[in-house]
Design a binder for this molecule. Structure first.
Ligand SMILES: C[S@@+](CC[C@H](N)C(=O)[O-])C[C@H]1O[C@@H](n2cnc3c(N)ncnc32)[C@H](O)[C@@H]1O
Length: 260
């Protein structure tokens, strides 16, 4: 489907497409998608297998991230952590183990099936320091300076309002707190034929920012960029996604920045 960006109608169409895609990711993780998923992807991206072995397998099955950013996030015992677009919760469970019982982890996501799966797995496995909240990452329902660390994996590219998103992240972080994300960015500006294609958007390509624009948005919202890792292991699967990736330098990276 082709839509024009930035109108109310288009945002609604895009949200429906994204919710439909990630509902399936939660409920049917073994189907074929535009992107790789699950444990084999996580291992390829650098998640230690011993870390994956200690968290709920159902969350690992529905993992649809694009990089490993825990090396950058520097989560410490006692931290309060927010995961933007937490999906079925794989990163939430890892973060909860890193904060320990004296810390806490909050996941926010707009897709019911993802939230419900993460909630169910957290309750079933006794993770009492995880809270799941339904909401939009562009309008965070949290107070100023509430979090030590904000993480996000494969989500920022899906947002139709990235400038609100970055300013919200900066608002909810403590001074000296850290944003650590893995996401999809591009080397070249994407043409309308890609950015207006909701299927490619939902597959994490159509909404990808140019890398420099991503850094500028971080810095403009008070997040000082200081470390970047290129996730060269990350590959797209479908032919249309691979074509766009080759032609416009669509790629995965992980970056962290501190709130100054
Ligand atoms: C690519 S998945 C990644 C999920 C998870 N981070 C992981 O690594 O498996 C993207 C997730 O972000 C959520 N999402 C996308 N746009 C969102 C928005 N604007 N507000 C809240 N959640 C959003 C989707 O529902 C989906 O669960």
């Amino acid at each position: 489907m082709l839509v024009k960006q930035n109108s109310t109608f288009d945002k609604v169409a895009l949200e429906q497409k994204v919710k439909h895609m990630y509902k399936n990711v939660a409920l049917e993780p073994h189907q074929l998608y535009h992107f790789e998923m699950g444990r084999s992807l996580a291992v390829k991206l650098g998640y230690p297998t011993e870390m994956l072995d200690t968290i709920p397998a159902g969350a690992v099955d529905s993992f649809a991230g694009v990089g490993y950013h825990f090396g950058l996030a520097n989560i410490k015992p006692g931290n309060r952590v927010l995961d933007l677009g937490s999906g079925s919760g794989m990163d939430l469970f890892i973060a909860a183990q890193l904060t320990g019982p004296s810390g806490s982890v909050v996941g926010i996501d707009m897709t019911d099936e993802q939230l419900n799966k993460a909630k169910y797995l957290a309750a079933l496995n006794g993770y009492s320091n995880i809270t799941l909240v339904k909401g939009y990452i562009e309008e965070l329902p949290f107070g100023d300076g509430e979090f030590d660390v904000v993480i996000s994996n494969g989500v920022i590219n899906l947002s139709p309002d990235k400038s609100s998103l970055f300013s919200e992240v900066s608002r909810v972080l403590k001074t000296g707190g850290r944003l650590a994300v893995s996401d999809i960015v591009t080397e070249l500006l994407l043409p309308d034929s890609i950015t207006c294609n909701t299927s490619l958007w939902a597959a994490c390509i159509g909404g990808a920012m140019q890398q420099d624009e991503f850094f500028n948005s971080m810095e403009n919202s008070g997040l000082k960029k200081f470390q970047v890792v290129h996730n060269v292991q990350y590959e797209f699967i479908s032919k249309s996604a691979q074509g766009a990736s080759r032609q416009y330098g669509v790629k995965s990276f992980s970056v962290c920045g501190d709130k100054i």
